[in-house]
Design a protein around this ligand. Structure first.
Ligand SMILES: NC(=O)c1ccc[n+]([C@@H]2O[C@H](COP(=O)([O-])OP(=O)(O)OC[C@H]3O[C@@H](n4cnc5c(N)ncnc54)[C@H](O)[C@@H]3O)[C@@H](O)[C@H]2O)c1
Length: 343
């Protein structure tokens, strides 16, 4: 797989240019927003892709479902997609997860290309080989490990991305910075809010994830550090999807997750007060951190208990022991977790 940490138009054009001759048919998967905002940009620099068949699903996390996937398999079949067909996923993490899943299962797997169009998908979702859909409100519970033939990070797509989405994607960059520590942690905190278009920061963030995934592609050990913020994050995201009219975005949920997990690590004596404050104060500059009622905490615990990585009654976490020192497989009982939310 070629995972290109940020490419120019010209480079992207050359790489995409080579695709049509290699495949029987090309399909481009978009959601309703990337159809409008990103497909014209793609066609402008790759006019020969205009012959591709466009598949479009509704924007939003609810499209990341087995029902939508089945609809896409049926569309591919009806359009005569064979094993030599190619699927190009043009969108955010919802599209790269869904499209990667559809491609990796259709006819036992056809080639696919990731063209991530959100900050979150560029620094995180499109790389690492995880694809999947949600089921019965549980995130990413059905999926595959599958690598695209090409993953291009083209930052021009970010220009139409709403500000809230940019800030959401920034949460995964903050996560990478806490994992790596050092210069990247310093850089990410120093830059003013237009950091989004700072390609060096984006490049550094992609590199952190890529290096971890390269050492542990199937999440047997080291890769679990990338789950920092996600035990609580997935739970608050699932709760919000169920009860809020305007649910949390994935990155916002991860930010809330990192916040509470840093406090948990401090409570357990793993993380110093200074490091915990550095993390939580920084997060509060960008994200609203909600508090939860006793009933809601009970629901969050139920979501956390569905995690495949848990052991007996204890819930599995990846926690910061310092900036640049995230450790995995920390198993914590429910009473301790509850105490953090009540603090
Ligand atoms: N596979 C992984 O390793 C991994 C990692 C992190 C997150 N994820 C998944 O990623 C998903 C979240 O990704 P996301 O935050 O990118 O959400 P998303 O794909 O839903 O995109 C967010 C919104 O931005 C719109 N959009 C996308 N690109 C745009 C552009 N350039 N201009 C204007 N609008 C644009 C979309 O239509 C959508 O409304 C979740 O499903 C999460 O589980 C997967």
């Amino acid at each position: 797989m070629q995972n290109m940490p940020i490419v120019s138009y010209a480079k992207a054009l050359t790489l995409l240019d080579q695709l049509p001759s290699q495949y029987s048919k090309i399909f481009i998967l978009t959601d309703s927003n990337t159809l409008r905002e990103c497909l014209p940009v793609l066609f402008r620099f790759c006019p020969y892709l205009a012959a591709a068949k466009i598949l479009t699903v509704a924007a939003g996390e609810s499209s990341k479902s087995i029902t939508t996937a089945a609809g896409l398999w049926a569309e591919l079949l009806a359009a005569g997609a064979d094993r030599k067909a190619l699927l190009i996923n043009l969108g955010g993490g919802m599209i790269t997860d869904l499209g990667g899943f559809v491609a990796s299962t259709y006819m036992r797997g056809i080639d696919f290309v990731q063209l991530p169009t959100t900050l979150l998908a560029q620094v995180d979702a499109s790389s690492g080989g995880k694809t999947g859909v949600n089921l019965n409100g549980v995130k990413n519970i059905v999926g595959t490990f599958a690598e695209p033939v090409l993953n291009l990070q083209i930052t021009i797509f970010l220009h139409t991305l709403p500000h809230r989405e940019l800030i959401s994607g920034f949460a995964e960059m903050i996560k990478h910075a806490i994992i790596a520590g050092g210069q990247h942690w310093a850089d990410i905190r120093r830059d003013p809010p237009n950091f989004i278009y700072n390609e060096d920061l984006i490049r550094a963030s992609i590199k952190i994830k890529s290096e971890i995934v390269a050492q542990d592609p199937r999440e047997k050990g080291l890769r679990k550090v990338l789950n920092l913020g996600h035990t609580v994050g997935h739970a608050v995201e699932s709760l919000s999807m169920r009860q809020d009219e305007n649910p949390l975005l994935h990155g916002e949920a991860v930010a809330i997750g990192i916040y509470y997990e840093a406090r948990l690590a401090q409570h357990l004596g793993y993380l110093s007060q200074d490091d915990c404050a550095a993390i939580t104060v920084f997060l509060r500059q960008y994200y609203r951190i909600p508090t939860y009622t006793t009933d809601e905490i009970g629901e969050l615990l139920i979501f956390m208990q569905q995690d495949k990585k848990n052991q007996s009654d204890k819930i599995s976490f990846s926690l910061p022991f310092g900036i640049g020192d995230v450790r995995t497989d920390i198993f914590i009982d429910k009473d301790t977790i509850t105490a953090i939310f009540h603090d």
